[in-house]
Design a protein around this ligand. Structure first.
Ligand code: ZN
Ligand code: ZN
Length: 387
């Protein structure tokens, strides 16, 4: 291994307890999208204690931050190392973002300590609200990444891969408005908004048979009525529509909107759709950066798995259309362990989870080092991005 990479790894080993503490602090203080004030404070403080200057609330997002090594002039190329730290409602850090923040801080701190001039090319960006919010898209739209050349982060998983497909996604709410009536005494006078939402789920189930394999449509009923003896005059549901490219994502959404119209028509109700922005874009993968990450994982003795084809969505997809980006996954749990579960949350502090956190910090530091010091890699990454 390159001498500098060995020094980076040693530095990260020396940070082990600090990184576990960061992960544990976030785990014990879970905050959902755009509410990550404790996390922003804790991470900013840790970075300041380690010689970074921190700007809070960048890109008009209050709980974001941007940290740069203090006393170094920002220089190009700059690599953005991303920290996610939002949790899920009710089940807390069941996506393991507590580990993402800790690993990224570890990498940034080690790079600052080991690099000389190149340290000015390190930026740690705190990116809120990955879950359902799309914080990275907002930061990118606001220009936070304009003076940066590549972006990277790691995500815990049950498989290890330098990259995998991620789907584009649209989140929307639909509401149906009907007319209440006594469900037994005067059903003929009611317009049933619950029937409308049930009809919608059935129509989508039928549509699902005719969609491409990358299409995904799934939802929940968020309001289903108030009492069995009152015909519901109001119901609401939340849905995600996903697909492998922007065009198909948008096309599927148009078809789902027709299902909403049909359900309203069939039940005599009216409906209203509220679309949540930003839409998530599919991941634009960067083979050059992925191969650098793969080599570094192998050098750390981390085995790479076969891609099992399972995929979700991330606002990293949006960012990957602004600059070359890489989003490796490293296993913290046995194959088949699903994310967004209590088991996955517990795996973030398991022995394997701990080992992965350190490996992730090292992989990020090494890959950032490769990018900052190899013009050849930067050229290939640029070419992949342009293609
Ligand atoms: Zn998640
Ligand atoms: Zn996640």
């Amino acid at each position: 291994m390159d001498n500098h990479k060995e020094l980076l790894c040693k530095e990260i080993d020396s940070l082990t307890n600090e990184l576990f503490d960061i992960s544990d602090y976030l785990l014990e203080n879970p905050e959902t999208a755009y509410q990550e004030f404790k996390a922003r404070e804790h991470l900013s403080q840790t970075l300041e204690n380690n010689g970074f200057s921190v700007e809070k609330g960048v890109g008009n997002v209050e709980t974001s931050f941007l940290a740069r090594p203090a006393g170094c002039e920002p220089r190009r190329p700059t690599v953005a190392i991303l920290a996610e730290y939002d949790a899920l409602p009710k089940i807390g850090h069941a996506c393991g973002h507590n580990m993402i923040a800790a690993a990224s801080l570890g990498a940034a701190i080690a790079l600052k300590r080991i690099l000389k001039d190149e340290a000015g090319g390190v930026a740690l960006v705190g990116t809120p609200a990955e879950e359902g919010g799309g914080g990275k898209a907002l930061l990118a739209e606001a220009g936070v990444f304009e003076q940066m050349d590549a972006a990277m982060m790691f995500h815990p998983s049950s498989t290890t891969l330098a990259g995998r497909e991620m789907l584009g996604r649209i989140k929307f709410q639909v509401e149906f408005f009907g007319q209440t009536a006594h469900a037994a005494g005067s059903p003929d006078q009611g317009l049933n908004a619950l029937d409308a939402v049930i009809q919608l789920f059935n129509s989508i189930s039928a549509l699902r048979q005719q969609v491409r394999t990358d299409g995904r449509i799934h939802g929940i009923i968020t309001h289903g009525g108030d009492a069995p003896n009152i015909i519901p005059d109001y119901t609401s549901a939340l849905f995600y529509v996903r697909a492998g490219n922007r065009e198909y994502r948008d096309e599927l959404f148009e078809r789902v909107k027709k299902c909403c119209e049909g359900a309203a028509l069939a039940t005599g109700t009216t409906h209203k759709i509220k679309v949540f922005t930003p839409f998530l874009d599919p991941m634009k993968r960067n083979p050059a950066l992925e191969s650098a990450a793969t080599e570094n994982l192998k050098a750390l003795g981390v085995a790479i798995d076969e891609d099992n084809g399972r995929k979700g969505s991330s606002d990293m997809g949006n960012l990957s259309h602004y600059l070359p980006a890489v989003h490796p996954w490293i296993a913290i749990a046995d194959p088949g362990t699903a994310g967004h579960t209590v088991e996955f949350r517990e795996a973030t502090t398991s022995e394997k989870g701990r080992q992965t956190l350190i490996n992730a910090a090292k992989m990020l530091a090494m890959t950032a080092y490769d990018y900052l010091t190899s013009e050849e890699l930067r050229e290939r990454a640029k070419k992949d991005f342009a293609s």
